[in-house]
Design a protein around this ligand. Structure first.
Ligand code: KG4
Ligand code: ZN
Length: 393
């Protein structure tokens, strides 16, 4: 089965085509036939965070070129997409730029041999989600292919379960599932989420812990801003922290709090950390070493809490497979600390994580999650499909 994945929930526009076969289990196989992504991070940097209307405009501009790229090596049938111009115009009435690129594309390009279109319908920024959804609806109509609505967070989890070559830059790279057993505990850490999710079986998700205020990635981004670092803040803070550790510099900073470390819930809270950093920054002029020290202490504080709560949740629920997903899981220090802690505490516990370049948003994760729904014919009714900014797992 061939599935086209579309991701536009935040500031990455991405399209990916996979071919996959088999049920969820050892016989499952997939191959990437095309993969294309444009990150808008540099454009949003000037606003210090994602600016929804800019994201929406950029998605509309990028989707058709990315689709062309993702379908580049695909044989197409003689039959062209049959754009029913009035219907497509209605679907894309809020995306005139996208419509003006899509119509000529459909007229020139033959229909690809695909079985389903998987698109993120939440959670995320609604104006951004809508562009991907409307694009999927237009393609579905023109090519007569069903749509699968995918939860972005399920995409992050499923991608971390996959074994595959680190690089996806070449076509034909293939993968399969890592070996593990349910129950599974997922730590989801991204710009919008910090959650511990228990899965007793495939596609079942029970929220067992969550942030009460800022998400981990949001905290990284806000603290980076306080330290006058670029957006996205995670990689910048991580770079400074690593440099401070490498040089063995003294911290130059008072210890930051470890919020909710010892309370008896599996919840998190990160906004106090940001406030503590703000106080330090406002207290006086800061040297480069001072900023590196804060970055390192901040990363340590976030990591201490993530590790402690994940270990505790794994113990409470008797889980020996822990999945980490979401953009913050690109952080090498957090990965290393989690792996050390889990495997030291219990040598039977395994940590499943995707390669760092696939930890942040992409469309492969959407295509893979979409495949399993498509296999069960869990399709969406295009007329009722809508963006759901706060969609839960
Ligand atoms: O999953 P993602 O790409 O988008 C959302 O779904 O939110 O996550 C983006 C978040 C941003 O907050 C970014 O700062 C953070 O992931 N991030 C990192 C790192 N790389 C990205 N945080 C810490 N360390 C990193 N290396
Ligand atoms: Zn994400």
């Amino acid at each position: 089965m061939k599935v086209l994945g579309i991701e536009t929930s935040c500031d990455e526009t991405a399209v990916c085509l996979i071919e996959a076969e088999g049920d969820f289990g050892p016989s499952f196989r997939w191959r990437t036939l095309g993969n294309a992504l444009i990150s808008q991070a540099a454009l949003h940097a000037e606003f210090g965070g994602v600016f929804p209307n800019l994201a929406k405009r950029e998605h509309a501009k990028n989707l058709v070129p990315l689709l062309k790229e993702a379908l580049k090596s695909e044989p197409v049938s003689e039959a062209k997409g049959t754009p029913i111009v009035s219907d497509l115009s209605e679907i894309l009435q809020r995306e005139p730029d996208l419509l003006s690129q899509l119509l000529p594309f459909l007229e020139q390009h033959g229909k690809p041999d695909i079985d389903a279109i998987a698109v993120t319908h939440g959670p995320g920024l609604e104006p951004a989600l809508w562009v991907g959804i409307n694009f999927a609806k237009a393609l579905s109509l023109a090519w007569n292919v069903p749509i699968v609505a995918v939860n972005h967070m399920e995409g992050h989890i499923i991608l971390s379960l996959m074994e595959h070559p680190d690089k996806l830059e070449y076509v034909g790279t293939s993968g399969h599932l890592k070996r593990f057993e349910f129950p599974l505990l997922s730590l989801l850490i991204s710009g919008g989420h910090t959650e511990l999710v228990l899965s007793k079986q495939f596609q079942s998700y029970e929220l067992v812990g969550q942030t009460r205020d800022d998400a981990a990635g949001e905290a990284f981004d806000k603290v980076a801003r306080l330290l006058a670092l670029d957006y996205p803040g995670g990689p910048e803070i991580s770079r400074l922290a690593a440099e401070s550790r490498r040089q063995g510099l003294p911290l130059h900073t008072p210890e930051l709090p470890r919020p909710m470390l010892h309370d008896d819930t599996l919840d998190f809270s990160f906004s106090g950390l940001k406030t503590a950093v703000r106080r330090l920054v406002e207290a006086g002029k800061m040297s480069d070493e001072g900023r590196m020290g804060i970055a390192r202490e901040f990363e340590d504080a976030v990591t201490d809490v993530l590790v402690e709560k994940t270990l505790r949740a794994a113990e409470v629920y008797g889980v020996n497979t822990v999945v980490v997903g979401g953009g913050v899981s690109a952080n090498t220090y957090i990965r290393m600390r989690l792996k050390d802690a889990l495997e030291k505490e219990n040598s039977l516990t395994r940590l499943l994580v995707s390669p760092p370049e696939l930890a942040t948003d992409n469309a492969l994760m959407i295509a893979l999650a979409g495949y399993f729904h498509a296999r069960e014919k869990d399709f969406s009714d295009a007329t009722n499909l809508s963006a759901s900014g706060n969609l839960r797992l």
